[in-house]
Structures are given as structure tokens and as C-alpha cells.
Ligand binder design. Structure first.
Ligand code: SAM
Ligand code: GPP
Ligand code: MG
Length: 292
């Protein structure tokens, strides 16, 4: 006889964090409820924890005196964040409805939903946060896609996905929480030969020398550990992931930050992103790699 587990029983089966640091990150995201994320997600039900790219459509905003201006500004920031996820999906290669994709560090699941809507495929998300996984699964049920899109509480360095079972996988602003060699080894294990890995990330620029004060400020703000561009390429090379595209998205993300800095939803981290992008110490990049 099989019986359904209660949610308390089910959560008792989830292994604890692999390290004290992962426990800190789980607590951070369990407690996170910033209006800059929730109010943007409320625009159309896609909840993101990443930043935006593309030109600001100033004509759509009207003037700050307009009573609807703040609402339009929120919609515009959200449009730019969804545009970022679309660019990531553009680099996943030919995905079919029969494929399974992995969203590593899936947050509230916005990118997972967009991937399913574009390809019709299955998407498996993993996050350290129970709150985020429950939120993402609730959204999938509301959309009637819970048979295809699922989030679970799981360490992305130690996933249950079978070796060679995944057509494509990604980290959308989630790779700064883990050791890159461990991360690329795990993607390489579960990806099929010929599969595709994509990351969009902020990384410090070796040409600057060392992480700038702005990069240190971003690390402290999010309790993360931003890697250098060089570390990404090395960890990929060491794990059978061969870059096909390395795109510097820094000029494309600056308009998002400059618009966000004028909104009522500022969080205080805007200056660090704007200044580090401008002084060249920090870059916003997309790297797409083939599993060979
Ligand atoms: C900035 S959010 C990005 C969320 C999502 N990718 C998006 O674009 O909206 C970072 C995410 O990484 C997840 N994360 C950090 N370390 C992780 C780990 N070791 N295993 C799984 N998820 C992790 C966090 O739980 C959080 O969901
Ligand atoms: C590019 C870098 C370094 C990203 C760090 C990871 C991170 C916290 C991303 C955005 O999350 P969020 O959407 O929850 O942040 P915010 O509240 O600032 O919008
Ligand atoms: Mg955000």
C-alpha cells in the first residue's frame, strides 16, 4: 500500500545542507522577500532572481509626473529581466519536447517556466531554499505545467540526475555560491555528450587585477563569492565543457541598472553594480559550452 506523505514528512526526508555555508544560503533565500523581486514577478507571474539586459524603452515609460509611471517602470524592469532569460534560452541549442533540462539554482522558477513554454520539455530545478522550491512548484501547479516543471531542494553539486541524462543545463546567476570545479564536474556528469551548458553570471575581470571594492561589496551584500572570468574558463576546460560562445553582456545590462537606480524599489546595491561595470573590474557574461 502506498500513502501520500504530508509536507512535514516530505521535508524531513530532505537531507540537511552539505556545509554550514549552504545552510546560510538556504536561510538567506528562505527569508528573501524583496519588493524589487516580488512586485516585478507580479507583473505576469514569472518570478526572477536575476538582472535585466537590453535597451530601455523610454517611450513606454512616459514622464515621472505620470500617475502610472512607477507601475510602468516596474513593468519595464521586469521586461528586461525576462529578456535576459530569453537570451540564455537562445543559447541552449536545439531542445525538443522529449528532453529534460536542469535549472541549477532555480530560485522561484521563472527561467524554468520560460524554458518549458518555449520548448515543451521537462525542466528540473534545484535550489537550497525550501521556500523557493515550494513557491516554484505552486506556480507550476497554477499554470497547469507541474507535470513538466518541478523544483526541489537539492545541492546542485550533488544531484540525483543520471549520468548523461540531460540535454541542456544552466546556471542563471547562481554559480557564485559554489566551487566552480565541483559545479562543472556535476554538469558534465549529468549532461549528454553533445549537450549544452549555459551560464549567465557576474565575474571579476582579471584585467583589473584583483576583485575591486565594489565586487567585495556585492559579495558581502549577497553572501556570495564572485569568481573571475578566468576561473570559469578553466573549470569548464577541466571538465569536458568547451566554450562555443563567450558574450560580454556588460553594456547590455547597464541600462537596466541605471533605470533601477531611479526607482522606489532600490535596495542599495545599485551603485556597486554600476560603478564596477563602469570601471571594468566586473563583467556580466554569458558562456555557452558544449559537453564533449
Ligand atoms: C540569485 S538566485 C538565482 C535564481 C534563478 N536562477 C533565477 O535566475 O531567477 C541564486 C539561487 O542559487 C541557489 N543556490 C545557491 N547555492 C546552491 C547550491 N549549492 N545548490 C542549489 N542551489 C543553490 C539559491 O538557492 C538561489 O535559488
Ligand atoms: C550578478 C551577480 C553577482 C549576482 C549575484 C546573485 C544574485 C543575488 C542575483 C540576483 O538576485 P535577486 O534578483 O534576488 O537580487 P535583487 O534583490 O538585487 O534584485
Ligand atoms: Mg532581482
Amino acid at each position: 500500500m502506498t500513502t501520500e506523505l504530508t509536507s512535514t514528512e516530505a521535508s524531513a526526508l530532505i537531507p540537511g545542507p552539505a556545509t554550514p555555508y549552504q545552510g546560510d544560503i538556504a536561510r538567506y533565500w528562505n527569508a528573501e522577500a524583496r519588493p524589487v523581486n516580488l512586485r516585478l514577478g507580479d507583473v505576469d507571474g514569472l518570478y526572477h532572481h536575476h538582472y535585466g539586459i537590453g535597451a530601455v524603452d523610454h517611450a513606454s515609460l512616459g514622464t515621472p509626473e505620470d500617475s502610472e509611471y512607477e507601475k510602468k517602470l516596474i513593468a519595464e524592469l521586469h521586461r528586461l529581466e525576462s529578456a535576459q532569460a530569453e537570451v540564455l534560452l537562445d543559447h541552449l541549442g536545439p531542445v525538443t519536447a522529449a528532453d529534460t533540462l536542469v535549472d541549477a539554482g532555480c530560485g522561484r522558477g521563472g527561467s524554468s517556466v520560460m524554458a518549458h513554454q518555449r520548448f515543451g520539455c521537462k525542466v528540473e530545478g534545484v535550489t537550497l531554499s525550501t521556500t523557493q522550491a515550494e513557491f516554484a512548484n505552486k506556480r507550476a501547479r497554477e499554470l497547469g505545467i507541474d507535470g513538466h516543471v518541478r523544483a526541489r531542494v537539492c545541492n546542485m553539486l550533488d544531484t540525483p540526475f543520471d549520468k548523461g541524462s540531460v540535454a541542456a543545463s544552466w546556471n542563471n546567476e547562481s554559480s557564485m555560491y559554489v566551487d566552480l570545479d565541483d559545479l562543472m564536474a556535476e554538469h558534465s556528469r549529468f549532461l549528454k555528450v553533445g549537450g549544452r551548458y549555459v551560464t549567465i553570471t557576474g565575474c571579476w575581470n582579471p584585467k583589473y587585477g584583483q576583485p575591486s571594492k565594489w565586487v567585495s561589496q556585492i559579495n558581502a551584500h549577497f553572501e556570495c563569492n564572485i569568481h573571475s572570468r578566468r576561473e570559469y574558463l578553466k573549470a569548464m576546460a577541466d571538465n569536458r565543457l568547451v566554450p562555443q560562445a563567450v558574450i560580454d553582456l556588460t553594456p547590455d545590462t547597464l541600462p537596466y541598472w541605471e533605470l533601477r537606480a531611479t526607482s522606489s524599489l532600490v535596495t542599495g546595491i545599485e551603485e556597486a553594480f554600476i560603478e564596477s561595470y563602469k570601471d571594468g573590474s566586473f563583467q556580466y557574461v554569458l558562456i555557452a559550452a558544449d559537453r564533449v
